[in-house]
Unconditional design. Sequence first.
Lengths: 154, 154
Amino acid sequence: MDMGNNSKVIKCSDYEWNGVSRKEYKDDSSCFKGVHRYSLLGEESDELELTFQTRYFEVEAGGYTSFEYHRHPHSVVIIRGGGTVILGDTLHELSLHDVVYISPNSLHQFHADRGKRLGFLCTVDRYRDRPTLPDVDEIKQKVQSPAVLDKIKR
Amino acid sequence: MDMGNNSKVIKCSDYEWNGVSRKEYKDDSSCFKGVHRYSLLGEESDELELTFQTRYFEVEAGGYTSFEYHRHPHSVVIIRGGGTVILGDTLHELSLHDVVYISPNSLHQFHADRGKRLGFLCTVDRYRDRPTLPDVDEIKQKVQSPAVLDKIKR
């Protein structure tokens, strides 16, 4: 019987995890600024029993993630600093330990717009669709709020 | 098209989340002490797109979770205090933001044994098997380390 040989603890010191490299947020040409990605669990070959992946994203002060949507949902918990998230047609202030649920096809973008970093854990299905970056016409069709339209970076 | 009406932010203040009740750790007769459970995402009817659940557990100083194993894996991130975790035949000290992977059938137990609380996020599959609590014979068969045997509470 497998007694859990793959179980492990990944030690952390000041938001850097032992053996976990800081990567580029995305490889493609999505529009974003100052975002770093840490894959914590679910991508290594000894963690394949996980049907989901646990990642940590850190957005530098003044940075933002790409404005996008996709079918797979996100479970997010803020663990550093604060900022703002666009969820569809609304803006929400984010503080430490706030939880964000991003439901399927919901437009979203994280902003570190409070003079500090914004760091969050984000859990997703291992097998998931790629994000769509809406163009100007699609945004015009889907977003009515002037405050949100003004906030979107792309 | 669903524009993400179910997306939401759950605000947090000092490890209490808006509208999220603090529950008993378990309803059955598992042996544990001073453990509270907060279901953050994946249990409500408007979050059914999530194939996993995000929970927060808080163990009071001196408390511990039940010593158990199950087929479903755990992804854990410490977000408050520290303690110790038993993983199979080994003990690991836990500090803020450490990540724990508990692979299928791995015996495990969290202890808040450093004079402070131990709080952690724990993500699991929505559909999962129930834990097994090993009896003395099974423990004797599976655990060799005297330090671990001495640490187990049941």
